[in-house]
Write a protein that binds this ligand. Structure first.
Ligand code: F0G
Length: 457
């Protein structure tokens, strides 16, 4: 069958906001053309992120009623701990309120000033946590990651030759290695088992710890099953267990592949490191058996972590993301390929070929998506990643001008996606009329969240 059906049926619904065109035009103007500033009540399709935005299952909601809110030693913690142990194989489990809190704790405990943390590509918050602890974040993506339309099955991989070089040439400068699966910063692209195994082998040979940022571990495992020879017949759980078997620990934002609206964890092999983390976490996260979460949150995550391993769900998830990608491509948009697990990325500079980078084509395209159908995406280009040189005042571009459409889990149906694709065909007719934008306000750091724009005339 060609049609992908959602492997769930819907028991509870919420209304989809349907602002009129006039309202949308008014709202985007009021937001100074910055989609972060829109109230979500005027957004029809919220594709800003897949983080914390998924639908929970009946089982998750049911188990939440068993949440025990004891400050210490709650049974909800022990159920959560057991789920994380069963899946990752790590003995020591530390809950945190979200992924970046796990990163902050790991850096606090393991990272010394001026030391390097090597990654395939660190997510922004990981990089920020390395830098605020005075460390140096080094990204070693493979070359194929920057070739947007070239097919490569595991574009999320780490460049092993460069890793080996780093480990040899800067051995005493390196603290540890983090592999992010899937690799969000290069487009939600998977990492192969071979790459995880070999990167871990190199790190261990040189006496360095190897961690996995496993925010989207199940999506990564499904890609391995689909694309890596030797895994065609393997179960998802066996692939997942093998992935973690190469690591000394894992950090997770449980707002992604644990179907959580909030939560995260740090899971570790080494009890001494876990002990240090538990000492520090009391200052910022709370007692080690709740880590900034309610007992009911821990219950929901314990169920979600097991649910995400269902192969029917993962097949639907990866295929439905590709379905959106194929649809936009057939409408005439240029996309990063192959499509990622949680998102599709539009190359806005190629799509809006009448604009140049300094017109912020990603901003232009994302504003037009909102105007057209109330869809909120996020610019991942020179607005987010470019810089204004503080000395010269001159704007410097990012490497690419992309727009990310991240798909919340189990939220939108195929008819929603069909509607988006249909509107994309309409949009294509007017591409050349889409204006460039310029900043009228920008903050000195993380400017994309609060920037204000005006259209270029
Ligand atoms: N690691 C990865 C790979 C992520 O994608 C994120 C968050 C984090 C860590 C941080 O986790 O948000 O729970 O503190 N990514 C979101 C996104 C925000 O939209 O891609 P957090």
């Amino acid at each position: 069958m060609k049609t992908i059906i959602e492997p769930f049926r819907i028991k509870m619904v919420e209304p989809l906001p349907l602002p009129s065109e006039e309202q949308r035009l008014n709202e985007i103007k009021k937001a100074h053309y910055n989609l972060f500033k829109l109230p979500s009540e005027v957004v029809t399709f919220d594709f800003l992120t897949d983080s914390g935005t998924g639908s929970m299952s009946a089982n998750q909601w049911a188990q939440m009623m068993n949440g025990d809110e004891s400050y210490a030693g709650s049974p909800s913690y022990y159920r959560f701990e057991k789920a994380v142990q069963d899946i990752t194989g790590f003995e020591f489990v530390v809950p945190t309120h979200q992924g970046r809190a796990a990163e902050a704790l790991l850096m606090k405990v393991l990272l010394k000033p001026n030391k390097r943390v090597i990654g395939n590509t660190h997510f922004d918050t990981t990089r920020a946590n390395i830098e605020v602890n005075q460390g140096v974040a080094i990204d070693l993506p493979i070359r194929e990651a920057s070739e947007s339309s070239k097919y490569y099955p595991f574009k999320g991989n780490m460049d092993l030759a460069r890793l080996e070089e780093e480990l040899k040439n800067n051995h005493s400068e390196i603290s540890f290695v983090i592999m992010t699966v899937t690799n969000n910063s290069v487009g939600g692209q998977p990492v192969s088992m071979k790459n995880i195994r070999e990167a871990s082998g190199l790190a261990h040979k040189m006496g360095k710890l190897f961690f996995i940022d496993c925010a989207r571990f199940a999506e990564n495992a499904y890609f391995i099953k689909q694309r890596e020879s030797g895994y065609e017949e393997a179960s998802i759980i066996s692939i997942v267990k093998e992935m973690f078997s190469y690591a000394d620990g894992a950090l997770m934002s449980a707002k992604k592949d644990a179907f959580g609206n909030i939560g995260g964890f740090l899971a570790l092999k080494d009890g001494a490191i876990a002990n240090d983390v538990r000492t520090w976490m009391v200052v910022t996260e709370g007692f080690p058996t709740y880590g900034g979460l309610a007992g009911r949150d821990l219950e929901a995550l314990a169920v979600g972590l097991r649910e995400i391993l269902e192969e029917d769900y993962l097949k639907y998830r990866i295929k439905s993301t590709a379905y959106l990608g194929e649809g936009l491509k057939s409408a005439g948009f240029c996309l990063v390929e192959p499509f990622g697990g949680h998102a599709v990325y539009i190359d806005a500079l190629k799509t809006l070929s009448h604009l140049v980078w300094s017109d912020y084509p990603g901003q232009s395209l994302s504003v037009e998506f909102y105007k057209k159908i109330g869809l909120r995406s996020v610019e991942v280009g020179s607005v987010m990643l470019g810089r204004r040189n503080v000395n010269t005042g001159i704007e410097e571009p990012a490497l690419n001008e992309l727009v990310r459409l991240a798909i919340p889990r189990r939220v939108y149906t195929q008819s929603h996606i069909d509607y988006i694709i249909e509107s994309a065909f309409e949009m294509k007719k007017n591409f050349t009329s889409y204006p460039g934008y310029e900043f009228i306000y920008q903050a000195p750091v993380l400017r994309h969240f609060t920037a204000q724009f005006k259209m270029k005339s």
